[in-house]
Design a binder for this molecule. Structure first.
Ligand code: FAD
Ligand code: SF4
Length: 289
């Protein structure tokens, strides 16, 4: 495998052993379970997650300091939750010294940039105790989500129970059991244009990153990347928080993750090159913090 998957120490297919977490998690409940373990062990004293906002499926960053708060923020919201903008809030208003944060690959880049060049994050860069990345092919403006749900899937957003992108479809599931898969060729034009110059699929800069792709339904593919991530992951597995399987023992496995990462990078690199021809390079992109 090449650079498309970033550096990692190990990769497994995993699932939480906490049935309550799994019941409302997006995939294998990796993010919620890892933060719950880290909170309980005092590795973090709070985590910045994408909590519920005022409008259905429009997340608002939230600082979770309890298991219940982590539970309330489970599941993927396919629009921006500006979690990085809450780092200062977490340290200054909440007084956290050990902050957990979850985010998309671009948000993990912003966290690391903030740690390296802490212009806007003075005094907080050493307080990031656990950065968990989630894989990301594309994201959507909130208005796109409204249109996709209401115009294409014929569902009111408030009645949507879960959204899922996978196997070439963007699927809307309602509280009453309706399932409406939309082909990605329909949803592409609703994507956030900034995502078309993004060259990271699997959150290369996270301590631990995870996503559904590569693993069977209900399981997650987990990359353990940093020394810190390795230590926390190993302890959480030893504590019985996760069931794990070797990644080469599951289908479709890393082959599909690699294929999709290459597709994303190849397609978006082309857009970067095109933009350079009229003087707008990747450098001008503002990450979704
Ligand atoms: P859970 O235990 O359910 O927890 C999810 C955590 O993520 C929660 O803490 C929640 O607050 C946080 N979260 C939810 N939405 C956001 C958000 N918008 N921004 C920041 N944090 C958030 N996986 C793939 O395998 N392939 C993909 O192409 C892919 N695309 C994605 C695109 C987007 C825009 C997002 C947000 C996620 C995407 N994922 C993708 C990741 C996947 O949907 C799950 O989020 C991931 O597998 C974690 O699942 P889990 O069961 O471990 O998490
Ligand atoms: Fe995902 Fe990249 Fe878009 Fe960020 S810029 S939301 S990582 S596709």
């Amino acid at each position: 495998m090449g650079a498309e998957l970033g550096k990692y120490k190990s990769c497994v297919s995993a699932r939480s052993t906490d049935k309550a977490i799994l019941a409302g998690a997006q995939d294998g409940g990796i993010v919620t379970t890892l933060f719950a373990y880290a909170l309980e062990e005092g590795i973090i004293d709070g985590a910045i997650v994408a909590g519920p906002g005022d409008m259905p499926w429009k997340p608002r960053p939230m600082i979770a300091t309890t298991y219940e708060e982590l539970m309330a923020a489970r599941g993927t919201k396919y629009n921006i939750s500006p979690n990085v903008s809450f780092i200062k809030e977490a340290t200054r208003s909440y007084g956290l010294d050990k902050v957990g944060i979850v985010g998309t690959p671009c948000q993990m880049q912003a966290v690391r940039k903030g740690q390296l060049y802490p212009i806007g994050l003075r005094d907080v860069s050493d307080k990031i105790a656990l950065a968990v990345g989630i894989f990301c092919m594309e994201n959507f403006p909130y208005q796109s989500i409204v249109q996709l749900a209401e115009d294409h899937a014929a569902m009111k957003l408030e009645s949507v129970k879960k959204m899922e992108i996978g196997k070439g479809k963007f699927t809307f599931m309602s509280e009453r059991g309706a399932v409406v898969p939309l082909p990605l060729k329909v949803t592409h034009k609703y994507e956030q244009p900034g995502c078309h110059v993004c060259l990271d699929y699997v959150a290369n800069l996270a301590d631990v990153s995870c996503g559904s792709v590569g693993s069977p339904d209900g399981w997650s593919t987990v990359f353990v990347r940093s020394k810190k991530g390795d230590d926390i992951w190993a302890k959480s597995v030893a504590a019985g928080c996760f069931e794990t399987k070797a990644i080469d023992s599951v289908k479709p496995g890393l082959e599909l993750v690699t294929k999709l990462a290459n597709e994303k990078i190849g397609k978006n690199q082309k857009t970067v090159e095109e933009r350079k021809t009229f003087g707008v390079g990747k450098g001008l992109r503002i990450p979704y913090i």
